[in-house]
Design a binder for this molecule. Sequence first.
Ligand SMILES: [Zn+2]
Length: 227
Amino acid sequence: MVLRTLLAAALLLAAPLLPANPAGAAPAAKAGPVALACTGYVALTYDDGPNAQYTRALLTALRSAGARATFFDLGSRVQQQPQVTREVVQAGMWVGNHSWSHPYLTNLGAAAVARELGDTQNAIRGATGQAPTLFRPPYGATNATVQAEARKLGLTQVTWSVDSQDWNGASTDAIVRAATGASAGGIVLMHAGYQTTVDAVPRIVQGLAARNLCPGRIDGSGRVVAP
Ligand SMILES: [Zn+2]
């Protein structure tokens, strides 16, 4: 809602500046508001799905807020519910690799790490038609072996700059406060598993917009950019 309001306001502001030539007017009206509204981007990320209940609720909340997010999925859960991961992509979101079984990858040898990541690549590719390019190690636990195996699969490792603590019983207010405190270029850790996290979505997007920050995409070098 807020994004739409901002867009509408920006369109009104932009209208008098539009050239008289109608051929030039349409692109200007489309490009203007985005540049005016977003001076930086923050990545909203949701781990540990797919989850039939909460992943779908997050998709609904994100879409009505006009936001896109990254879902770091577990291969074992993708295998059980490929349709939910497919819906994430169909909703315009991004899917990353969060390992197969959520172990501390730092406790595993290279071959086991390769299986955790490779099997998950295959499951997500099977579900969506696309293999992920981003990978988040469970618990943020990583080492040289984990990073080398990820690189072999073309995966960029992504951790986070803000932990919402939703996994630790944080209230919706606390999740909103944490996420809206992110700086431009920040990455917010959340999970597809809590109603508090779902309820936080509209207020997070609103709070970021008040600071001219918009939800963004994590690119192949791990930077947060325009979606
Ligand atoms: Zn996790």
